[in-house]
Design a protein around this ligand. Sequence first.
Ligand code: FAD
Length: 508
Amino acid sequence: MGQPVGPGPSAPGALPGPGPEAEEAPARDGRYRSVSLWLHGLEEPLLPRSPLPGDTQVDVAVVGAGFTGLWTAYYLGALEPGLRVAVLEAEIAGFGASGRNGGWCSALFAASWASVARAAARGAGGPGYRAGTSVGRPPGAGAEAGRPEALAMQRAMVGAVDEVERFCRDEGVDARLTRGGTLSLARSPAQLTRLRREMEEDSRWGVDVRWLEPGQVADRVRASRVLGATWRPDCAALDPARLVRGLARVVEGKGVAVYEQTRALRLAPGRVETDRGLVRAEVVVRATEGYTPRLPGMRRALIPVYSLMVATEPLPPEVWKELGWEGRETLTDGRHLLIYAQRTGDGRIAFGGRGAPYHAGSGVHPSFDRDPATFAALEAALADLFPPAAGAAITHRWGGPLGVPRDWFPSVGLERSSGMAWAGGYVGDGVATTNLAGRTLADLILGRDTDLVHLPWVGHRSPPWEPEPLRWVGVNAGRWLARSADAAESRTGRPARRAALLSRLTGG
Ligand SMILES: Cc1cc2nc3c(=O)[nH]c(=O)nc-3n(C[C@H](O)[C@H](O)[C@H](O)COP(=O)(O)OP(=O)(O)OC[C@H]3O[C@@H](n4cnc5c(N)ncnc54)[C@H](O)[C@@H]3O)c2cc1C
């Protein structure tokens, strides 16, 4: 059984305690291990790789060693082995959301398919495309005009789940991956109405989604008060730390330099200034997701939203017999304030959700990884959903920042004139989307005219977030609305009208 996860580091440059050089190896290993259940469970020592040795020249500098940065480096290394690529990471590979998440590797895309189609209709996607401008917009263009591009994007997301699976198999990375699909449970009449409507809408956009009656759900997993569920096959449960740390090893094997304990202070065309020296590069890739607002000039680009998780001890066989869940489907229900769960490879329930506060000025700090009220709500929700597991000890509690753009629309791109590239804004659906981003960035950087570089999220520019204090008021109002809509629905059994306002706030 694991130790409780205590206070750990979170934000690059905001670590408590002595500086990296002064710290003894076991203390440092312990600090990184305390970041999440997944990092805690690794057999390898969590000691940083060498930092940048000083001023350097490369072809491509990638800032951030999470999934985005590492997938990009992986495909660059695979497509053009001679290319000089350096990945710069403030902490260790997988320190950010990539080493902390719920382990859903899914074909879900944060923006709705209708909004993807509308964006495609406005600008036709591709490397030069700018959303929100009228250039190239056919008169009266709407969702139907962009339907082929949205369907292509949807297929590309399914392909990303396939590709992560292929990577693990071919590169020998054991991420404890099981492709059991994903279940959304309807546990009240209001949730039932909503999930059925969502299913109809998704089917219209080519998503493979099926309705399960309560008995069919119980054949898979036995949760409380289930009235039905949707099931989508295109999702795998995995251990994200095993994936991201394995990916970093494979990337190094392809000749890419991964420098840890190296914090970028400023990104500019042709250069990255770090606390270890200057890196000159033709292309600079920003892969910093929830930490992006900390970079100069990026304060309003994305907001860090904290998602928090808890995990039980490994459950005994008699509890698993009651719960079923042998297919390891990832699982959520139809409530507004998102929860997500998986049966882990080592027989625990890992259970996460939103609801932690947003901090003024897009703050990112180690103390924000833990919020007692949110942990208590998650533990109550876990016990309510899975009564046989209600008595299990909670051994791990953790959290981390994910990145949310103003229009909830992820994007990837390369500005050819400056050599500045980016990918991110995945909201809570980054595990597979980062893989698509990495392949797309590699094609853009190498000038390959593939199908990927014409997908409608390529070159998309989200509008900036509002200045404070408006941002703080709006984001925290959204949290309040979600929680109060759920409370109203469980009182009345009917869909809460205030949810319409919520879906306007979240771009849905
Ligand atoms: C608790 C939680 C649960 C989630 N659950 C899921 C899920 O189940 N499924 C799913 O698809 N998505 C999920 N997500 C989202 C998903 O984890 C992210 O979208 C994805 O990991 C983003 O990867 P990334 O590489 O872009 O960012 P990150 O993994 O955050 O990596 C960014 C890296 O950049 C480094 N960095 C930041 N600033 C600098 C700097 N100045 N210099 C150098 N390095 C820097 C950071 O240390 C970090 O390692 C979840 C996120 C969280 C927090």
